[in-house]
Design a protein around this ligand. Sequence first.
Ligand code: SAM
Length: 372
Amino acid sequence: MKTLEKKPALHSPKTVTACYSVFDHFFPACGLFDLTEGMFDGNPDMPLEQAQLKQIDYVLDQVKCEPHRRILDVGCGYGTLVARAQERGARALGINLSLEQVRHGQRQGLDVRQRNYLTLGREWNRMFDGIVANGSAEHYVQPAEAAAGKADEIYRNFFHIMHRLLDPRSSARLVMTAIHFVRPPNPADLLRNPFAFPRGSDAFHFALLARSFGGWYPGPGQLRRCAEGYFTLVDEVDGTEDYHRTSEEWLRRIRHAFGSKEVLRIAAASLPLMLSHPFQFPTMLYCMLVSQSWNWQFRPPYPPVQLLRQTWDYVPASSKIRLPLASEYWKERSVERSATRRGMEALPRRRRAKSPVPTGHSREGTAIKPPA
Ligand SMILES: C[S@@+](CC[C@H](N)C(=O)[O-])C[C@H]1O[C@@H](n2cnc3c(N)ncnc32)[C@H](O)[C@@H]1O
């Protein structure tokens, strides 16, 4: 697919890009090219590769992937879903923060680009019939932003951007898989040294995870609230047990690689990264192999998180309803909330949005470049 865009600055959170640079030394070396959960259908004997293909096909079915449909994969990892969508006859494009992953995808001949979804300009508007975000939403909000109360606004802005990228003339859909908090921690705790907390506590593990991977999860119902006016949730499936099985298999394979001669090659290849990220690199290894915080979050009997696979239908913009921009929406909500708190009888009348309506709703025909 061709777009008219100039390549913008990436503006990516450093912890996130660094974590995938570190992963790049382990995952492919262990034969792992999918960075989300597989779908085992309750069968513990199913090989991981088969389970991951099942998950990709499930996501593609949900987004109605069929010949000629235009699919965007936000946070496409090594491009396995983009490749499968192409096999199914769709026109698929992936974006990703990680340069190593983008290069891997490009070597496979896939249309994958190093972009942050936040920087997709107007020339991308209405380019797609379906969008997938398979495991990338965990990185959209950083703990410092959650601590500053910005999470809702960031998720709302994400839905706003996805909405304008979709073509309202198609049966447009968004499919997401995202880890959600079941026991949300205090975001300020994730900014502290993990060892300030009792070993094994939620705060200890979540602070380690945040330092290693860079991110914050949505809470129960948060995405649904933030999607209001842009998308309607039409299907939701719990995949926590699938992520548990997948993570245990990842751990098994990584340990196996560390116990073999492969570890020397991995160590030599990782040396520059160890020097450039002297704190994050050992923290990640500790988090994955020693505290096993990644696996801890999915382990029964009371996992503190939940993996949800969510399918969203595009909400067409009615000409009578002018959606405010994300930031205005939340400003208005806080005015309403503080008015309610003060016990005022009449709430201030909703202001009409001064800024243009979200571009996905624009009637003036923004620069839409059809896929080549
Ligand atoms: C857990 S991995 C999932 C990768 C892939 N979807 C898969 O299933 O294997 C998350 C991916 O999202 C990407 N990502 C995170 N935030 C992003 C953003 N703001 N824009 C684009 N990609 C992003 C990361 O670079 C990473 O490749």
